[in-house]
Design a protein around this ligand. Structure first.
Ligand code: PXL
Length: 279
């Protein structure tokens, strides 16, 4: 049977992040993807000014309650950018309402990067998001989010694999069985992804050459590629490797093309590569 996912992120009209990334990637992977938008923005909040921001908190439970009457079974729940820390309570309620025993729950905390909270994020977001992560089977933070979720300072460099393994194990101790941390900076000129499974304490790091710069929406693209692969039966490690390859290629193509980086990365051009990896 075709897999069905529920993606809960904002809609940023322009800038390739959140739902405008998750939906096409999951669809390309053959996943029937329903959405609940958390907020409506004209653009993402990085490198744009004057953007609009409509918090859709008032719609979340009414939408979820109606969906609950349809009796749908979701194979995956996938949350990302939330409009406010208060929305965490609503998302937790939606998980209880719409997810069954067979629903795999993915949470991308999506509140910070490069050592800083995103604009618009309140200081209590990390503590609130920790509660949502506790309900997940798999969490996909970047290194900044992983640090903040655990109340640790962000280290720009000077840490090692053992430090990352401890971060991952501490996140798993909150609840999730699997932890995938992106944007690891251990090896010069490389970006790393750490994969940890609580079941057998298996820990692995995967690397790709790092491109200098800030690439908006790449966390969303990575998590979406990862979930797309896992819903197609790939193991967590293979899915993480494939997601890293696809994200790296999207950045490479964008830099080669010269499109302004605030418009996100050209993940559309990598969808054939994703589909090949799933054959
Ligand atoms: O990609 C994360 C993200 C999602 N949604 C909005 C954002 C950002 C990052 O800046 O601003 C609105």
């Amino acid at each position: 049977m075709q897999k069905r996912a529920l993606a809960i992120h904002d809609i940023s009209c322009v800038g390739r992040c959140s739902l405008t990334v998750a939906l096409p990637i999951l669809s390309a992977a053959g996943v029937n993807t329903s959405v609940i938008p958390t907020a409506l923005l004209s653009t993402h909040t990085g490198e744009f000014t004057g953007y609009t921001h409509l918090d859709l908190s008032g719609q979340l439970l009414p939408i979820a309650r109606h969906l609950a009457t349809l009796g749908l079974r979701f194979d995956a729940f996938y949350s990302g950018y939330l409009a406010s820390a208060e929305q965490v309570n609503l998302i937790a309620e939606i998980i209880d309402m719409l997810c069954g025993d067979k629903t795999r729950i993915f949470v991308d905390p999506a509140f910070a990067d490069h050592g800083k909270l995103y604009s618009h994020m309140s200081e209590d977001m990390p503590a609130q998001m920790r509660r949502l992560c506790a309900k997940a089977h798999t969490v996909v933070p970047n290194f900044t989010e992983a640090s903040f979720l655990l109340g640790k300072p962000y280290l720009a460099d000077g840490y090692d694999a053992a430090y990352v393994q401890t971060l991952a194990a501490d996140l798993a101790a909150l609840g999730p069985g699997s932890v995938v941390i992106t944007d690891i900076r251990i090896q010069d000129g490389q970006t790393g992804v750490a994969v940890y499974q609580k079941r057998d304490k298996a820990f692995r790091l995967f690397y790709k050459p790092r491109f200098d710069g800030i690439f908006y929406g790449t966390g969303d693209a990575f998590a979406s590629f990862l979930i797309a692969c896992m819903l197609n039966g790939l193991s967590l490690e293979k899915a993480a490797q494939t997601a890293l390859d696809c994200t790296h290629e999207a950045i490479r193509l964008t830099l080669q093309d010269g499109e302004a980086l605030r418009y996100g990365v050209q993940f559309e051009r990598v969808l054939p590569q994703l589909m090949d990896a799933l054959k």
